[in-house]
Ligand binder design. Structure first.
Ligand SMILES: [Cu+2]
Length: 185
């Protein structure tokens, strides 16, 4: 019992310190492959606070590490996290935003080989997570996107595509990303 109580209170503290991240569907997590590409310090930063901004993740200039794609998290560490969606499927997202920072946000499909957007954003916010509001709009933390039907054969192989939640806190100058690995089946 003591162990589980300690675990819960540790999670609570981490949440209070947090800024924001996607809690559902499962998003790419750091692991051994990320450590080899981006360095152990980058992995440690995410493990210490999975909701911190990209700017807090040190890549130490590792040439093949791109923190600005999926926080540097690698598909090789996440092969068990690949979501299977169908064209036209409505996918529910849940996000926690304990420390909001006003700015634009979107969820887009990213071709991971080129770090480019596929098609149009699935959802787009001109202003998101506005800390000046007494209460955030409900759709900041719970929203849905629809899997496009016109991907033209893209995103059928695991690792090729992610749904990337992107949020830029304009005044805070903090960038947030989480990537959901998926295939269209
Ligand atoms: Cu923040």
């Amino acid at each position: 019992m003591h162990a589980s109580t300690l675990f819960s209170s540790t999670l609570f503290v981490a949440t209070v310190l947090a800024h924001g991240n996607v809690t559902s569907p499962p998003s790419r997590q750091p692991g051994a492959a990320m450590a080899s590409v981006c360095g152990a310090a980058a992995v440690s930063a995410i493990l210490a606070d999975g909701t911190g901004p990209l700017e807090n993740i040190p890549s130490n200039g590792a040439a093949k590490c791109n923190i600005f794609m999926c926080k540097g998290a690698q598909f090789a560490d996440n092969q068990a996290n690949v979501q299977e969606f169908t064209a036209g499927q409505v996918v529910d997202f849940e996000v926690q935003l304990p420390i909001p920072h006003e700015g634009p946000a979107n969820v887009s499909i990213i071709d991971t080989a080129t770090n480019t957007v596929v098609g149009d954003p699935l959802i787009e916010f001109d202003t998101y997570a506005d800390e000046a509001l007494a209460t955030l709009p409900a759709n900041n933390t719970a929203f849905s996107v629809t899997v496009p039907a016109n991907l033209g054969g893209k995103c059928e192989v695991a690792g090729e595509c992610v749904m990337q939640w992107f949020w830029l806190g304009t005044a805070a100058r903090q960038t947030y990303e989480n990537c959901v690995d998926f295939v269209v089946v």
